[in-house]
Design a protein around this ligand. Structure first.
Ligand code: ADP
Length: 395
């Protein structure tokens, strides 16, 4: 039996899981427990042979994780017949402690717990999955793969906020970056697909999903990224503001009488595309634009303007650009965003071939013309596969 990894991604309201054979990138089983602690919670479990979906109450992550593992016994295949040699857990915040995948012991758990105030929505559900996972699967190593690890050694100039140094140090305020597993995987895959040496490339990766982030990568190492102490900073996202004048928070507190929690909710959940266009899904934004909705058009303009700003900024700090990569839901599927984000950037060597860009094909591909100074690509991300590969590498 070939070795497989059970990958667990326990988020704020869902637990995604997948059994992957890292060598061949094959998925043996996968599922999701959704709307945990909300009305309409449900589980979905699928293998090559079966797919089941069921609605049932899932009050918390503990029960969600138990349910996920129970699906293997009930629907199959049984976990002990899958050749699982490790469980890979996505952990959002590793602070300055971890720069790569880490076998989980009590010390790691204590550290992830101590870092929870920096990622209050993410580290606690990650920890529940780790604890229950270790209880129910005690015989295999559990590995933490941190969202922040790839960015741990960002240059100080990129990682430091211009804030009172003593305050920043006391409260561990710095730019940690997120989506690291995706940025690392996508930049390495881009080099591989091009048959070029990663060490020689200056790349910008635009991870445009519901959450969105950009990174500047030189020789396989990140030199800047758009998310900061939290995943709120940077690009315009499905429901998050991205970069915003921090004084807007003071203004809302003083003038509108909003509480910290209300402002937090506004910036994280009622802003971005949703705040401007009324919907967080880019497909719906396009539909509304086609129907003549001016707010939707403005939302796309703001989204694209921010992208162009980051492309320019990152090209400047790297002293040039070799590869520009689009990935995640919007990046992989939206030729309009790719075209608008790169339009008129010929002066930076960036051009996109309209036919290649619009071609309805999947997989990693080049969308710039042959011989262009900058190779523009679409590279599908696969965070679960990346987690599986990182986990198996350390066990
Ligand atoms: P997550 O951040 O939740 O992992 P994904 O990377 O799966 O997100 O991206 C989800 C988002 O991708 C959706 O909210 C939607 O805006 C966008 N998306 C998905 N398919 C398309 C498409 N065909 N065209 C444009 N946008 C798309």
């Amino acid at each position: 039996m070939t070795a497989t990894v059970l990958v667990v991604n326990s988020g704020s309201s869902s637990i995604k899981y997948r059994v992957v054979e890292p060598a061949s990138a094959t998925t043996l089983a996968a599922g999701i427990v959704e709307r945990i602690g909300e009305d309409g919670s449900r589980v979905e479990h699928r293998t090559d042979e079966v797919a089941v979906a069921r609605k049932l109450p899932v009050p918390d992550h503990r029960e969600g994780m138990q349910l996920a593992l129970a699906m293997f016994d009930e629907v199959g295949p049984p976990l002990d017949e899958l050749g699982i040699v490790a469980v890979g857990h996505r952990v959002v915040m590793g602070g300055r402690y971890y720069d790569g995948p880490t076998v989980i012991d009590d010390d790691v758990i204590a550290t992830v717990e101590r870092l929870a105030p920096l990622a209050p929505l993410h580290n606690p559900p990650n920890l529940v999955a780790i604890r229950i996972g270790r209880e129910l699967l005690p015989d295999v190593p559990h590995v933490a793969v941190f969202d922040t690890a790839f960015f741990r050694d960002l240059p100080d100039a990129a990682a430091t906020y211009a804030l009172d140094l003593e305050v920043a140090e006391r409260h561990r305020i710095r730019r940690y970056g997120f989506h690291g597993t995706s940025h690392q995987y996508v930049s390495a895959t881009a080099a591989e697909v091009l048959g070029r040496d990663l060490a020689e490339l200056r790349q910008i990766v635009l991870h445009l999903g519901n959450g969105a982030s950009a990174s500047a990568i030189v020789g396989g190492r990140p030199v800047d990224t758009s998310m900061g102490m939290t995943p709120l900073e940077g690009l315009v996202m499905g429901t998050r503001t991205g970069d915003i004048d921090p004084a807007i928070a003071f203004h809302l507190a003083r003038t509108a009488g909003m509480t910290v929690d209300e402002i937090d909710h506004l910036f994280n959940h009622r802003s971005g595309l949703r705040g401007l266009a009324g919907h967080n899904d880019m497909r719906e934004v396009h539909r509304r634009i086609a129907a003549g909705d001016r707010n939707a058009r403005l939302a796309l303009d703001v989204y694209v303007h921010r992208l162009r700003k980051y492309i320019g900024a990152y090209t400047a700090i790297m002293g040039g650009l070799d590869v520009l990569v689009f990935t995640a839901g919007v990046g992989e599927n939206d030729p309009v965003v790719r075209a608008e984000a790169t339009a008129g950037l010929d002066h930076l060597g960036i051009t996109v071939d309209p036919e290649r860009n619009a071609a309805p094909v999947g997989g990693a591909r080049v969308i710039s013309p042959d011989g262009a100074a900058v190779t523009v690509m679409v590279v599908p991300t696969d965070e679960e596969l990346a987690i599986a590969r990182q986990a198996i590498a350390v066990v």
